[in-house]
Structure formats: structure tokens, C-alpha cells
Design a protein around this ligand. Structure first.
Ligand code: SAH
Ligand code: SF4
Ligand code: F3S
Length: 454
């Protein structure tokens, strides 16, 4: 008799940390006998209501949290049609006690809650749920890191690789240190062996992940040669791995970026010419109140040093408007900083107070209308600058890594330059994800480039 396989769906919100965790959660579910299918293949199809859904949530801003809660609320209806279905919530949002209480009391259709520090326990937690128990289990960050968990990777040709977990910075607006725990670095050997295995499985690009990759190595024991591992030594070691075409990393912290790291990036051919370097704000007064540990002057000096050693480097950033006490004058400093830095792209956010963070208790919160006005003006300046930076690429030939057919227009291919810019060019049969091609850029907008193979 054929046994029908139970179907599971893993839905991730938030940043790359969650995307990476989703791969591990999918791997663990597969090890528990579930068939994990992509979201698209099941959405809206009544015949394929899954037996298990796990949401991996984000809480960095209020709208992220609302979106996650909205999705979980919708599951009530699906569960009414399939009462045996298991609904799980994981990720950053449930690390907060208040939200957990809300779920426990108000969302009785949720069967399983687990956090960012007990993913490895999922099989044990799930078997209790399968026996009929409602399991709510969230832990503090443990000292030991659990290595070698199974994973179903989202792509074959590129992969995220964690190098640090957590964050010790406590920027005054940010919830991440509270929900991801203190900063911990993985051992160099564990990172290198994960990457070697990925390459053996066909991976051509890795993105090293951490909330502050420049702090990598703190607290690790010295290497056999007596030196302390740091981000520069790690990059050089990853750069030695044959078969890997490209190395990326995110996120960099301007305060912890050293000249040694710039040299390591510039001297490592596989490391891409792209830095994501969040500035957050252009006013020194606001930066100080955010607890970022640098001034605009220091940030621009860092850019100058980076561009001097790598003239073709692309710089992207995160910017926030409406931090408590931000005046029109402060905001103007952010607009001027975008022009001065000539960012290739920027993620722009409206400040959102997060319970438990220092900024949430600051008295001078900015009016929502003012925030709305500022974000619109900021996006306009960011897009103008990005458009003109990209225009300079017209007529150049760029090395592009193939991602596949363009989702919007399957007559076109989509891929990324070493500067991490998305490029579209006419589809050619036989091109596989992970292959490198040269594309002559003919058109450039604020977000994407278009060209032909050369
Ligand atoms: N560790 C990274 C990313 C943290 S979260 C870093 O330090 O850059 C990603 C971005 O979300 C941040 O860079 C910041 O711009 C934004 N962000 C964080 N908390 C926020 C909040 N409370 N409101 C609005 N944006 C926020
Ligand atoms: Fe949040 Fe700051 Fe840590 Fe980034 S460095 S995760 S913004 S506390
Ligand atoms: Fe990432 Fe959101 Fe958590 S930004 S670390 S998933 S709070």
C-alpha cells in the first residue's frame, strides 16, 4: 500500500536570516517525513490544503508584524476546512513575550510556537504537537551553536551562509538584538566546510550573513597560527575555495569597517564589488541618538577609502526617516548625504517604534504625516541619484551571473552584475543559473539594467 506523504508549507517574512532559517526548517520537516512544497504551488488551491504550515515572522517594523499576524489570522479559515492541519509560528516576532501571549490567548488555532534559538528542536516539538499537545517553546540564545542541520536550499547556484548570529549593538531604534540574542560567531572551519559542500553541490555564489559582519570573530579562540580570526581573514580564506565564482556579504557596519577589511575585499578576486553599508541618517545629532557610533564625515571618509582602492565598487544603504526628534534640518542632512555618497541604491524606511527599545520611549516622536512627507521626498532623491549612477554603466560590458528567466517577461533572462545590479537581456536557450555571461548594457533605470550578450 502506498503511503501518502504529508505536505508542509514554509512561509518566510523579513530578512535573509529568516530566508536561511526557512531552508533549515524545510530540511528538518523533510527529515520528519513531510513533503515541503513551494508557496506558489499551493496558494488558493483548495485541493492542496497543506497538513502543516510554518510562518517565520519578522518584527523589525510594525507593518512586518501586522503582516505576519494577518497571515496567521487567515489560517483559521483554512483550518476549519482541514481540522487536522498543524499551524506553527516561528521567527523573530514570537521572541517577544507580549506577542506570544496574544497568540496563546487570541489565536487558539495556532498549534506550535518556536523561536529563533530552538529551530534544531523542531522534530521533537513537532512530534508532541502530532500527539495532540499545544506546544509554545521559546528559548534564550544558547552558548553552543548547533551545526550540520539539514536544509532544503532555495537555489542550487547561490546560497546564504551564516557567519554570525545575533547582534550586540543595540541601536536605539532596533528590536533585532532582543529577538536574535547576543552576537556569536561561527568557527572558521565550520563556515569553510559548509561552503565547500555547497560548491560540491553546484553552488557558485555565497552570501555571508550577519547583522554586523565586520564584527566577525569576536570571542572565537585564536587560530592554530596564534592569530585572532576576523572578517578580513575569513574573507581571504573563503576566497581560496575553488569552484566558487562570487562571494558577497551583508550587512556591514560603518563603525567596525577597518582598512584591513577593505584590503582583504580589494585583494580577493572572488569577492564582489558591492558593499551594503547602512547609513541610517545624515545628521550627526540623529546618528548619535541612534547609537550608531559614527558621524557622517567618518562615513563619507570610509566611502572615499573604499572607492580609492576599488573604483568600481557599488554602495547601497539603508535610510530611515522620522526617528524621534528628527527636525526638517536633520532630514535635509539625509537628503544631502544621499547626493554626497552617490548611492547605487537605498532601502528607505519610516521609523517604527518597537516596544522595549530605547527610541520607543523618547518623548519627541515625529508625526505620521511628517514621516510620510519625508519618505516620499527621500525616495525621489534616492531614485534620481541611483538613476544617474546607473546611467554611467550604459555602454559598458558587465559580467553577469545568470539567475534564470525573468519572472515578468520570460523572453528575457535575469541575472546580477558583480555590483549586485539586476540585468535583463534576451533569453538564450542553454543558459543555466550560475553561469557567467558578458552583457553590454544599453539601458539603465534606477533599479535595473538592460542589454545584450557580447
Ligand atoms: N543589521 C543590519 C540590518 C538591521 S534591520 C544593520 O545594522 O544595518 C534592517 C534595517 O531596518 C536597518 O538597517 C534599519 O534601517 C531598519 N530598521 C531597523 N529598525 C527599524 C525601526 N524600528 N523602524 C524603521 N526601520 C528600522
Ligand atoms: Fe539592529 Fe543596529 Fe544590530 Fe543592525 S547593528 S541589527 S540596526 S541593533
Ligand atoms: Fe530579520 Fe526581521 Fe528578524 S529583519 S533579524 S527577520 S526582526
Amino acid at each position: 500500500m502506498q503511503r501518502t506523504c504529508k505536505k508542509a508549507r514554509v512561509v518566510a517574512f523579513g530578512c535573509q536570516m529568516n530566508e536561511r532559517d526557512a531552508e533549515t526548517i524545510a530540511g528538518l520537516l523533510a527529515a520528519c517525513g513531510y513533503e515541503v512544497t513551494p508557496l506558489e504551488s499551493q496558494e488558493g488551491d483548495e485541493r492542496t490544503v497543506p497538513d502543516l504550515v510554518v510562518f517565520i515572522t519578522c518584527c523589525v517594523r510594525e507593518n512586518a508584524e501586522n503582516r505576519a499576524l494577518g497571515n496567521v489570522a487567515e489560517m483559521k479559515r483554512l483550518k476549519e476546512r482541514n481540522p487536522g492541519m498543524i499551524i506553527g509560528i516561528a521567527g523573530c516576532m514570537v521572541q517577544q513575550e507580549g506577542i506570544r501571549e496574544h497568540i496563546v490567548k487570541r489565536m487558539p488555532w495556532v498549534d506550535l510556537v518556536f523561536g529563533t534559538h530552538n529551530i534544531h528542536n523542531l522534530p521533537a516539538l513537532l512530534s508532541r504537537v502530532e500527539m495532540g499537545e499545544r506546544v509554545i517553546e521559546v528559548l534564550e540564545a544558547p552558548d553552543e551553536m548547533v551545526e550540520d542541520l539539514p536544509a532544503i536550499r532555495a537555489y542550487r547556484h547561490k546560497a546564504f551562509v551564516n557567519i554570525t548570529f545575533g547582534c550586540d549593538n543595540y541601536c536605539t531604534y532596533c528590536i533585532v538584538p532582543y529577538v536574535r540574542g547576543r552576537e556569536r560567531s561561527r568557527a572558521v572551519d565550520d563556515i569553510l566546510s559548509e561552503i565547500r559542500q555547497l560548491v560540491a553541490d553546484g553552488c557558485r555564489e555565497v552570501t555571508l550573513l550577519g547583522q554586523n559582519v565586520n564584527a566577525y570573530g569576536k570571542g572565537l579562540p585564536p587560530l592554530p597560527d596564534g592569530t585572532q580570526p576576523n572578517f578580513a581573514t575569513l574573507l581571504r580564506a573563503v576566497n581560496e575555495i575553488d569552484g566558487l565564482h562570487r562571494i558577497r556579504f551583508t550587512t556591514s557596519h560603518p563603525r567596525d569597517f577597518t582598512s584591513e577589511m577593505i584590503e582583504a575585499i580589494a585583494g580577493s578576486q572572488r569577492v564582489c564589488r558591492h558593499l551594503h553599508l547602512p547609513l541610517q541618517a545624515g545628521s550627526d545629532r540623529v546618528l548619535a541618538r541612534m547609537g550608531r557610533g559614527y558621524t557622517l564625515h567618518r562615513y563619507l571618509e570610509l566611502l572615499r577609502e573604499v572607492r580609492e582602492s576599488m573604483p568600481d565598487v557599488a554602495i547601497t544603504t539603508d535610510l530611515m526617516v522620522g526617528f524621534p526628534g528628527e527636525t526638517e534640518e536633520d532630514f535635509q542632512c539625509t537628503l544631502k548625504a544621499v547626493e554626497a555618497a552617490r548611492f547605487d541604491a537605498a532601502f528607505t524606511f519610516v521609523y517604527s517604534p518597537r516596544r522595549g527599545t530605547r527610541a520607543a520611549d523618547m518623548p519627541d516622536q515625529v508625526d505620521e504625516d511628517v514621516k510620510g512627507d519625508r519618505i516620499r521626498r527621500l525616495i525621489e532623491v534616492v531614485n534620481n541619484v541611483a538613476g544617474s549612477v546607473n546611467q554611467e554603466l550604459v555602454g559598458t560590458v558587465q559580467e553577469v551571473m545568470v539567475d534564470g528567466l525573468s519572472e515578468r517577461d520570460p523572453s528575457m533572462m535575469a541575472g546580477k552584475t558583480r555590483q549586485n545590479k539586476t540585468v535583463h537581456w534576451p533569453a538564450r536557450p542553454g543558459l543555466e543559473p550560475g553561469q557567467l555571461v558578458n552583457v553590454m548594457i544599453q539601458q539603465a533605470g534606477a533599479f535595473t539594467l538592460r542589454g545584450v550578450e557580447s
